[in-house]
Design a protein around this ligand. Structure first.
Ligand code: NAD
Length: 297
């Protein structure tokens, strides 16, 4: 049993923290939203009144926050709060599973190292369903020692654990994956809508493409057409899931990286403009599969 502080209990963090409780770890949680704290209290976690209180006595700290500025704020501090780094014992292992920019990872990892603390970036893939089932993929960056220590904890929340390289490498792997996901979801959406515009039943077309060369993750577990897949956000008014705002953020990270690494990513750029358009329409809080709404006549 490990004493774990878990900070950030949103769509992903909440089921991940619940799986740590189920694995008999001693979990103390913090989030800004009282409802999220109540869910974890009912699941058996201890609830803290602040991030600083949550990390008292923690052997491992896990963060699952929206973006780099939130991660920097929690670890290093901001105008609103003091950072938690100063409060941690030397042996504490830090695991950040948020999807964030590499510069923020490096800022926190460097500050942690100066205090004798180990940190890994450990962004995830699989969405809310995999977070709930404990079958996430973790793509990690950091030292192999820190990764080895993290495995016992990560395996309670995921099934595939990869060390991609040093600090930031997990985030690079994640931004490549999510750029591909955005392209694949947009492509799946336009194929389905074109079929429907020509009188095809979206369920039949999905079944055909699933057994053909168009098969992909969006079609398999996250169908964007309403009513085809009961468990998908499309059949629940595009309630997230994975928000348009977060996909737009991830595509921003990927496009910044593409410019810096002189990588040609024309489809990533096109996918980014689709998600920015959804945001401009006021759909930032909808699930990212709602991109299909741009293809409707
Ligand atoms: P979310 O917006 O649902 O949850 C984020 C949580 O962080 C919220 O509950 C918010 O209240 C909390 N928070 C923000 N600032 C805080 C602070 N200072 N202290 C404590 N809590 C704070 O987001 P999510 O969908 O859970 O995603 C989290 C991260 O995981 C993002 O970086 C996202 O890109 C990534 N991700 C999401 C999915 C998905 O399917 N939703 C999949 C893979 C990766």
């Amino acid at each position: 049993m490990t004493a774990i502080a878990f900070i950030g209990l949103g769509n992903m963090g909440s089921p991940m923290a619940i799986n740590l409780v189920k694995a008999q770890h001693q979990v103390t949680v913090f989030d800004l939203m009282p409802d999220a704290l109540e869910t974890l209290r009912l699941a058996g976690a201890s609830v803290a009144a602040s991030a600083a209180e949550a990390v008292k006595g923690a052997e491992v700290v896990i963060t699952m926050l929206p973006a780099g500025k939130h991660v920097i704020g929690v670890y290093l501090g901001s105008n609103q709060q003091a950072g938690i780094l100063d409060l941690l014992d030397k042996n504490t292992l830090l695991i950040d599973s948020s999807t964030i920019d590499v510069a923020s990872v490096n800022a926190v990892a460097t500050a942690a190292k100066e205090k004798g603390l180990s940190m890994i970036d450990a962004p995830v893939s699989g969405g809310v369903a995999a977070a709930t089932a404990g079958t996430l993929t973790f793509m990690c960056g950091g030292s192999s020692d820190a990764f080895d220590r993290a495995q016992a904890i990560l395996s309670a929340m995921g099934k595939q654990l990869f060390l991609a390289g040093d600090h930031g490498a997990g985030q690079i792997a994640k931004m490549c994956n999510n750029m591909l996901l955005a392209i694949q979801m947009a492509g799946t959406a336009e194929a389905l809508q074109m079929g429907v515009n020509n009188g095809l039943d979206p369920s039949v077309l999905s079944e055909i493409m699933l057994k053909s060369s168009g098969r992909n993750w969006s079609l398999e577990v996250y169908n964007p057409y309403p009513g085809v897949m009961k468990t998908a956000p499309a059949s629940n008014d595009y309630k997230p899931g994975f928000m348009v705002d977060l996909m737009a953020k991830d595509l921003g990270l990927a496009m910044d990286n593409a410019a810096n690494s002189k990588s040609s990513t024309p489809l990533g750029l096109l996918a980014q403009s689709l998600y920015l358009q959804k945001q401009a329409m006021g759909d930032g809080k909808k699930d990212f599969s709602s991109v299909i709404e741009l293809m409707k006549a």
